[in-house]
Design a protein around this ligand. Sequence first.
Ligand SMILES: CCCCCCCCCCCCCCCCCC(=O)NCCO
Length: 585
Amino acid sequence: MNRFKELEIDLDWFNGRNVSVAFLCLVTLKTSHAIYKYYRAKSKVKVKREECLAACRKMAEHLTQKGITKDKAERITRLSITELEQRLQSGELSAVEVCECYQAVALEVDRKLNCVVEPIWEAEEMALERDQKTGKKGPLHGMPVSIKENYYIKGYDCTAGMQRCIGDPVSEDAVVVKVLKRQGAVPFVRTNVPQTMMTFECSNPIYGRTLNPQDTNRGPGGSSGGEGALIAAGGSILGIGTDIGGSIRIPANMCGICGLKPTAGRISGAGTHKLTKGQTLVKSASGMLSRDVDGVTIAMRALLCQYMFDLDPTVPPIPFREEIYQDKRPLRIGYYIDDGYIPSVPSMHRAVEKAKSILESRGHKLIPMQPVDARRMFRLFLDTVGADGTKTYLTCMKDDIYDSTVRQFFYTSHLPGVLKKMIGWIMSAVSRDDIAGYMVKALSGFGTVYEYWNHALDIEDYKDDTLALWRSLGIDAVICPGFAFPAIPHNTFGDLVGGCVYSTMYNLLNYPAGVLPVTKVTEQDIKDMANYPNKTKFEKNIKKMMLGGTVGLPCGVQCVALPYQEELVIRLMKEVEQGLKGDNS
Ligand SMILES: CCCCCCCCCCCCCCCCCC(=O)NCCO
């Protein structure tokens, strides 16, 4: 009392009325500040969106003025990548006309699918430089390449769908972009991503939602969903993406195109927007998407060059090994249709069976197998992603508008760790399935470095066990479903998240993996869903989703090899593709 007196605090002031008024003022202040920040974010996002749409319109007008006819654009964009490569190399087609045709088709496709973020204005000038080049042409001479939004391009914002990155253009190209340019390619458009890039629904508050060209009621997958949609719809022939949980392979599977996730680090990731760069247990891999396997091969050959090794000395200087790609030696290939955790759907089974019989007919030995405990793998993956209690995600998304696709994750992320654990436990018990619950629990993070190091050890053990399995079976490679199921309807990521077990496995293991389209969902596949398990909440969700008009959707197969054996993955992909075309050479 005396001390308060000394401080000259009038204790009479603290009466009920004054305290309530102060409290009310504080709440009003806080609320108005939050409202102010929300509307500031909204207007920032709106302005950016309008700028990008205006850029697309301006580019479309420019192309119309240049007289790019629909007929010509379609004629050029229909060429396969090998035909296009050959015509650009021979000079039969100019880089400028190819660039303009691709830009025109990309913008047309974009009007239906919203897959392009903005055009790259320098593309035409770059193409002109290629045309004026004398002397030896680069391997990608004049090749148009679409670029996922999270790759740095000098002078452009790199946002990953987050408003805090608006108005902060990067000062340098990503290493991969520099290498593409050096090899003669022409980066021509930037493509859409989901907010934070940690979902496989391609939507964010800045650029909106991308639709699947096979069915616009569904998404193209993600996070390289803009690439998936654009390439599948014919607006690009080759694109680059990143993959930490399936972001290249999921859109490949859902859009019916090819995608390769190399071993993380084989292709430089320098200059890509990575939210959780400090998380080094499962690393994001740079890779590519293309209409066919040749596209992936052409890109890998061109990127694995001395220039990339010089620009990014962390990349092992291993050029594309033709001897592995061209090898005709029969292989021992493990296969599974189900990982023993999340049952894949009948159409995905058929895709694997089809690939299996193609590979057998080509002299390979196919060995049935089960991967090492997929549930254990997915828990390790989730614990890694949520290791910091989602603090990094929350910091990046501070004052942002949460996209509908990630909202539930962010609301959950704000809860205290103990509550996340409790909710997780209840959810697992109620849904008779631990995925939903474990996802929430994993977001509570690790309490100590000791726990984190032990977690890192558990991942190493998982890797050792997988390698031991491969060795005991004597296999060189594995084929399995490209995903648990085909493209999903909008706003269902939260219900179907477990499907990514098929892709995350090879991120956690850091094995190279590629997906190619093998078949499409048939009426019979839907009838066969009658036998699909129906016990857990997750299985029920998959069943419901599959019965909701999935006939005709593409289904892919994933080809996997040991670390740094990308050439073997591509060889397998190519053999399956040839088999599908009835070419057994
Ligand atoms: C979305 C909010 C952030 C909270 C993180 C916790 C969510 C865990 C969900 C795990 C599901 C993983 C889905 C995988 C999608 C593909 C991600 C990917 O490969 N991104 C590429 C980044 O370069």
